[in-house]
Ligand binder design. Structure first.
Ligand SMILES: NC(=O)c1ccc[n+]([C@@H]2O[C@H](COP(=O)([O-])OP(=O)(O)OC[C@H]3O[C@@H](n4cnc5c(N)ncnc54)[C@H](OP(=O)(O)O)[C@@H]3O)[C@@H](O)[C@H]2O)c1
Length: 348
């Protein structure tokens, strides 16, 4: 049964781009009439190096944002200031939903986010994760823990930001078996490939993606296909019942693609895209991330810049596509709101 006390008390683990945008939206609920019935309060916020906040009746989000804008960290003068580390907060605070917004660590195989989620689920608390690590490295274990403790484990933001990928499959594709998933799921690589089609070099494309805050300072996880591998594994594990890990993916980097090859492919009326795929092979599952040549009439050829697309191939419903144009940090934060609404409505 869903813990149904309201407001839902949230613990934010991580307060970077996504956490702050979520806080901004919650402090300006009046600007979003559709959010009128969203009854939540944030009882704790933890970070790695910027301090923490905690208050049972709800921390002051406007003050939290102001602290970070002004001093780059929570001020010890803030009445909600706390010394709690994330795992302590997950173990000790009284909350209903842990919202996991720390960065993905491939080297640490999804930790410490997996431990944050485990701690909450063991206490019967719901988990919403924006961090893909728990899905790519420990999905089955966390799903089992959630079921055993009658808690929800939701993750709409992990793939294609707030676009309804998991919700669509969960709510509107019941009874289907998904045979195959293909997608363009990494914004940085798509942005760079599009920039090269316009005549820029690979390096200029990367700098452009960084200037638009699409790529991180070190974009190698994106360009080498690791981020895409984590996403296709997350989709396959959740929606196809696979138990893959990112290292199982047959992965190709786009960093060796030259402007000459892009021009030559363009002349043949094709585009190069980083395509992720997962499919069934007998009783097992395979996944790949490849730089593929896509004919211009293919729906994947329409995905520009930071956009993304996913296609489900099913036994009953045929092929279903979801596409997202120009995502930004608000669309990402919406993924968390969508999961909160799922909890509100009991649709987990
Ligand atoms: N940005 C997007 O558009 C987007 C889209 C989809 C999914 N996501 C996922 O959402 C998550 C958050 O993204 P973001 O852009 O907000 O990241 P971010 O700006 O790098 O912020 C990460 C936050 O997590 C904190 N943190 C780091 N290690 C932690 C730990 N061990 N315990 C607690 N907090 C920790 C950081 O604290 P410090 O500041 O002290 O280091 C920071 O507050 C990531 O997993 C990302 O992959 C992001």
């Amino acid at each position: 049964m869903v813990r149904s006390r309201f407001p839902l008390k949230l613990l934010f683990v991580g307060f970077g781009n996504v956490g702050r945008e979520l806080a901004r939206i919650l402090t300006r609920k009046a600007d979003y009439p559709g959010l009128t019935d969203l009854d939540v309060s944030v009882v704790g916020i933890t970070t790695k190096s910027r301090g923490a906040l905690a208050r049972e009746t709800g921390v002051d989000l406007a003050r939290a944002l102001m602290d970070l804008d002004e001093g780059g960290r929570f001020s010890p003068q803030n009445p909600d200031y706390s010394e709690l580390a994330s795992l302590e907060a997950a173990s000790l605070l009284d909350y209903d939903v842990l919202v996991e917004m720390s960065p993905l660590s491939i080297e640490n195989r999804g930790q410490p986010a997996i431990s944050h989620a485990e701690t909450a689920l063991r206490r019967g608390r719901h988990v919403i994760t924006c961090n893909k690590g728990p899905l790519a490295f420990a999905y089955k274990e966390l799903r089992k823990l959630a079921d055993e403790n009658n808690a929800a484990f939701l993750h709409e933001t992990t793939v294609m930001d707030g676009a309804p990928v998991f919700d669509l499959a969960r709510c509107c594709m019941k009874g289907n078996t998904i045979r195959r998933i293909d997608g363009i799921l990494n914004s940085t690589s798509n942005y760079v490939l599009c920039a090269m089609e316009k005549g820029l070099t690979f390096e200029e494309g990367v700098r452009g993606a960084q200037a638009e805050q699409i790529a991180e300072a070190d974009p190698s996880n994106d360009l080498d296909g690791w981020d895409a591998s984590v996403k296709i594994v997350a989709l396959a594990n959740v929606l196809m019942g696979a138990d893959l890990r990112p290292e199982d993916v047959d992965r190709e980097s786009i960093s060796s693609i030259t402007p000459e090859r892009i021009r030559e492919v363009k002349e043949r009326k094709r585009r190069i895209k980083m395509v992720c795929s997962a499919w069934r092979e007998g009783s097992s599952f395979k996944a790949a991330v490849k730089a593929e040549e896509i004919p211009l009439e293919h729906p994947f050829a329409l995905v520009d810049a930071a956009g993304s697309i996913v296609r489900f191939e099913t036994d009953l419903l045929g092929r279903i596509l979801v596409t997202e144009e120009n995502p930004d940090i608000t669309t990402t934060a919406y993924g968390v709101l969508a999961d909160l609404y799922a909890l509100h409505s009991g649709n987990r």
